[in-house]
Design a protein around this ligand. Structure first.
Ligand SMILES: [Zn+2]
Length: 303
């Protein structure tokens, strides 16, 4: 038997729901086909293709047509950034329908990642820019057309992803989504306080913690369409993550959030993340829950 790096066995059956391998404005470590081939070679069950600029459901559908026989399911969705058409019902509808037949389109519809007030402020954007971004007001009332987009997600049984908003905004969005019958709610809680994580999971929402935030890639500004490079100050450590993983419990998801050329290719990034998580005392069963069972449940992928 050739030597396997530690953690390799835990990749079998895993689903990395956050891979930035789509064509991009800057360098990627793998393309979509390679990402699927490499994940399949590691025995992984699925990868979620994410892009901050365009809907990825078409790439996923294409990858499944070509490589579906390998046993690793690709899935995509839309992050409703301005470049992908913005926060509109039409953008969500198009993404959900964009595939090779019913059920092959978007598995998630996400509020913006960088084009939110929360991130724009942390990136030091101008007041004029911040004015144009997505936010939930302090009264917690979810602005139009988001309720209609939630209704669509409930009807089509796809994930509503709260995007990169603040913790109180994520709780308000999860409450509204649940009220509207959305059963698949995703939040990005790498920096959320534990009480917000508890509130989200109590509503049935999932809390994702991404490896990217723990890495040296955070030292480099992310590429944006305006060619400004913005980074968010303050990286996190696995010691910051561990209590959040425990607080999210049965609703915690670990993802690589990799694909950028600065990080190892996604499969290796996920292996490193698994090893890092193990170092905080998480068991193999915990890791399988966070990297396989929970993403499978959220995205409706058969194991
Ligand atoms: Zn990402």
């Amino acid at each position: 038997m050739p030597h396997e790096p530690p953690g390799t066995a835990l990749l079998r059956g895993a689903i990395d729901c956050h891979v930035h391998c789509a064509p991009h404005l800057s360098g990627r470590s793998v393309n979509v086909f390679d990402a699927v081939r490499q994940a399949a070679a590691a025995g992984m069950r699925g990868i979620g293709i994410m892009c901050n600029f365009q809907n990825t459901s078409g790439f996923a559908a294409l990858a499944n047509e070509e490589l579906g026989n390998l046993g690793c399911e690709a899935f995509g969705g839309v992050i409703m950034q301005p470049t992908a058409g913005g926060v509109t019902l039409e953008v969500a509808k198009a993404a959900i329908g964009y595939g090779y037949g019913p059920g092959t389109g978007a598995k998630f519809v996400s509020l913006p990642t960088h084009h939110t007030k929360f991130i724009a402020e942390r990136e030091g954007r101008s007041p004029a820019f911040i004015e144009t971004t997505f936010a939930v007001p302090h009264n917690g009332l979810v602005p139009d057309p988001v309720p209609a987009i939630m209704d669509l997600c409930a009807q089509k049984d796809v994930v509503f992803d709260c995007g990169h908003v603040s913790a109180p905004e994520a709780v308000a969005l999860a409450e509204e989504a649940k009220k509207r019958g959305v059963t698949r709610i995703r939040t990005h809680g790498s920096r959320y306080p534990l009480d917000a994580i508890g509130a989200i999971t109590a509503l049935g929402g999932y809390v994702e913690l991404s490896f990217f935030i723990l890495t040296h890639a955070t030292q480099v500004g992310l590429t944006h369409v305006d060619e400004e490079k913005h980074k968010i100050n303050g990286s996190s450590t696995i010691q910051d993550f561990a209590p959040r993983m425990r607080a999210a419990g049965d609703r915690c998801i670990l993802s690589s959030d990799s694909g950028v050329y600065l990080l190892p290719p996604p499969v290796e990034a996920l292996r490193q993340y698994i090893m890092l998580t193990q170092s905080e005392g998480f068991s193999d069963a915990d890791i399988r829950r966070m990297t396989r069972d929970n993403p499978a449940a959220l995205f409706g992928i058969a194991l």
